[in-house]
Write a protein that binds this ligand. Structure first.
Ligand code: GRF
Length: 203
């Protein structure tokens, strides 16, 4: 079975969705082997602990080069024999050495329909604020592979969510999570894991 690491920075509701889907037998082609947090206060670490998944913190130190940070991260991934990574609200930009080592093996979830409201500076509530300010009637979530362009990698799956009268960024953020992110991310993870498993069997 493929070994997946989930990288987190905050509350970890997307991590929870993955853990719940795993427990429900919906992600048979991968095991959730490790949770890596970018800071020690991420509540996602508690969720990992409750689910019996090992957690650790790999934080970019002040003054550390991005490459050196990447090497540390790679060491943790290699020590744990990680095949696949999922960025689930991970706020540190991944260094090129990590992206290269895990080409088409790192998934990210972004809370808009890429290419709208994505790229540098579009994270958290800012994404939903931008969608509401623009006046779009449909937004959603996107799961994509990570490459060197922020939110620019190949799209794996998308799900649309309608804007409603009276939406605030907070209300919209919650609806995008409930209707799109929490379903889309586990499903996309299974889709990628299944494909990689089939490819490795035919090699
Ligand atoms: C989600 O909106 C996700 O799309 C974005 O960051 C947020 C993470 O939330 N990349 P959580 O930590 O999974 O609750």
């Amino acid at each position: 079975m493929l070994r997946t690491a989930v990288l987190v920075s905050g509350g970890g509701t997307n991590l929870q969705a993955i853990l719940d889907a795993k427990a429900a037998g919906q992600i048979p082609h991968t095991e959730i082997s490790l949770v890596i947090a970018s800071n020690s206060t991420a509540y996602a670490l508690e969720r990992a602990k409750k689910a019996g998944v090992p957690g650790c913190v790999v934080q970019k130190e002040k003054g550390e080069t991005i490459e050196a940070y990447g090497e540390r991260l790679l060491n943790v991934l290699r020590e744990n024999q990680i095949d696949l990574c999922v960025l689930a609200g991970f706020l540190t930009i991944l260094p090129a050495n990590v992206i290269k080592a895990y080409d088409h093996r790192i998934l990210n979830i972004h809370p808009s329909l890429i290419p709208s409201f994505c790229g540098k500076g579009f994270y958290g509530l800012k994404v939903h604020e931008a969608a509401l300010n623009y006046g779009v009637k449909v937004t959603g979530a996107t799961v994509h592979f990570v490459n060197e362009i922020p939110d620019g990698g190949e799209i794996i799956a998308q799900k649309a969510v309608y804007i409603q009268d009276g939406d605030t960024p907070e209300i919209l953020q919650r609806r995008v999570m409930e209707e799109a992110e929490w379903k889309l991310l586990p499903a996309a993870l299974e889709q990628v894991a299944q494909k990689l498993t089939e490819e490795s069997l035919t090699k």
